[in-house]
Design a binder for this molecule. Sequence first.
Ligand code: SF4
Length: 186
Amino acid sequence: MRKTEPETGIIFLPGLCFCDTMPCSFLRRIFFCPFYSSFTEMQMPMIFVSKCLAGSRCRYDGGTNLVPAVRALVDQGLAVAACPEELGGLPTPRIPSECCGERVRNREGTDVTAEFEAGAKAALQIAQENGCETAILKARSPSCGKGCIYDGHFCKKLTAGNGVTAKLFLRNGIEVLTEEEYLSRL
Ligand code: SF4
């Protein structure tokens, strides 16, 4: 739960109550914490979010995957946004890539594993420097996807697995939610 208005106890962050001492699912619905005053010194960790979810046009085709609720986290100073593929040195727009086993290849067959791994490491560094314990990452992406990703044949078919950045975050103890999981908790 993020502290905001000491006088009123109004919570600015519906859907993300971290206090663990309250019936959080209930608090999410009423957006008000009657015991707020006892948490006035609490500072909750920043959240790492995929930059395209925050409205940046960093997607492979120059588009965005804007999710207003994720953008709001950044605007309120509750989240830090970054794009692992750009951090890894890939241009925008760029040729789309998919994971093929442990490698990542773009649609023209070029191996871009090194760029994806460099971007994942840079994203992890940003997350760790900001003390992030949770990340909201774009579903199905070869970098950011968690649980299922495109299968490497560029035919929109999914397979079980995690993107390169999601995998590194999970390995380093950062909880990863897709934007769909995050929205389902609001
Ligand atoms: S790498 Fe992640 S943040 Fe960047 S465009 Fe792809 S899904 Fe979005």
